[in-house]
Design a protein around this ligand. Structure first.
Ligand code: GLA
Length: 390
């Protein structure tokens, strides 16, 4: 990524002065472990080499002046670190202000204003966590500029999640912010979302490509449907806790679920809990499969994850199901599933390199025939977590 033109743009927008510092925070893709994080289970994401860049210069007043190259027609949006009320139009600036607000809530106050220019290269609406990358980027900037050395990377992720939950109103789990803050090149993060203990697992794909396929489908109700799923799981946990001594659904295994599912009187809630429990077990098995070098088993677990997300958690959609089903029937496809929050977005597939052109051609042809447009493909690399570049 060539920073020079973005730096020139910064000077154009904010004027001559001290050289801006440059920061980066990545987006993520989740290999397996979907909708398990807020259920106290495991997730297995990796950070990508695409993400959000932030160029920053200190100000002597309290202004927070924000400009995004991705929303250039908005121009510079001015607010103040002394008044962090959210913009009512749901502007992108809320992701930055929300984190400054979360820092303040926990006693980490910004001492003065900032000029910040943003540039992101994550395709928007793809479900690759552009918002989490912006939150983690903001946290990384605040820690560095204001010398808050005691704030760990995990804390930055938690403060980003706090902003998303309480300022934006999306009741997300910790996965996206954690992956963006903690990621490591060529490693996936096996995270216990309850204890926040994690293991960085080397991913040596060799003759296999990690291909993300963007359906281009974005549903406006994602946030409310997501919050509904979360509430359904909480209801399920409540019913189980009447008899079982458990802290979260992540404490259950499949056999316990089979035995105690009768405690859950509502059929929909039972299906949601079934997914949360079985997906958590699949994710733990996926770690074993990787440790044993058994990528085929890893792929089978990905496929089962998709079925569970489609049938029990009901967060897939017709377009995504077509992409996944078509992929499953092709030679060289080790595994394919919906990834991220759901209701559209992307699939993630492991595909033998020698078959990747066939994969793209077939998926494009069938998608075009069904919906009259092409999906987009990204052959992504696994990158490092957030940090200062220069
Ligand atoms: C979104 C949320 C995450 C996680 C996934 C589903 O990306 O931000 O916390 O719950 O959905 O696995």
């Amino acid at each position: 990524m060539d920073i020079k033109p973005i730096k020139e743009k910064f000077t154009q927008i904010f004027g001559e002065g001290e050289e801006p510092a440059v920061y980066f925070a990545p987006g993520r893709v989740n290999l397996i472990g979907e909708h398990t994080d807020y259920n106290g289970g495991h997730v297995f994401p990796c950070a990508l080499t695409i993400g959000t860049y932030g160029l920053v210069r200190r100000r002597s007043d309290d202004d927070l002046r924000l400009y995004s190259e991705n929303f250039s027609s908005d121009g510079v949006i001015v607010s103040s670190i002394k008044d962090l009320s959210p913009a009512e139009d749901g502007s992108w600036t809320n992701y930055v202000k929300g984190v400054v607000w979360a820092f303040q809530k926990y006693g980490y106050s910004a001492g003065h204003g900032l000029d910040i220019m943003l540039y992101g290269n994550i395709p928007s609406g793809a479900g690759l966590s552009s918002s989490a990358s912006l939150e983690v980027l903001t946290g990384t900037i605040l820690r560095d500029v204001f010398g808050m050395k005691e704030i760990t990377d995990t804390r930055i992720a938690l403060l980003g999640q706090y902003a998303e939950n309480h300022y934006i109103g999306m009741k997300c789990g910790i996965m996206d912010q954690f992956a963006s803050a903690i990621g490591k090149a060529n490693h996936a993060i096996f995270l216990d979302a309850y204890s926040l203990e994690y293991e960085l697992v080397p991913i040596e794909l060799g003759d296999i490509s990690l291909i993300i396929t963007n359906s281009g489908v974005t549903h406006s109700l994602v946030s409310s449907a997501y919050n509904d799923r979360r509430m359904e799981c909480e209801r399920g946990l409540d019913m189980l806790q009447k008899v079982l001594d458990i802290n979260s659904l992540g404490d259950l295994n499949n056999e316990q679920f089979e035995r105690y599912q009768v405690l859950i009187s509502d059929e929909i809630v039972r299906k949601r809990v079934k997914h949360a429990v079985s997906e958590n077990r699949r994710t733990v098995h996926a770690l074993d499969a990787l440790h044993n070098g058994d990528i085929r088993e890893f792929g089978r677990l990905m496929n089962k994850s998709h079925l569970s997300l489609r049938d029990d958690y009901e967060v897939s959609c017709e377009e995504i199901d077509l992409l996944v089903k078509t992929a499953w029937e092709l030679p060289g496809v080790i595994g394919s599933r919906i990834t991220g929050g759901g209701f559209g977005g992307c699939t993630v597939s492991l595909v033998k390199k020698r078959n990747r052109n066939l994969f793209k051609n077939k998926l494009t042809a069938c998608y075009q025939e069904a919906y009259g447009r092409k999906p987009e493909f990204y052959e992504v690399e696994i990158g490092d977590g957030a940090g200062k570049l220069e």
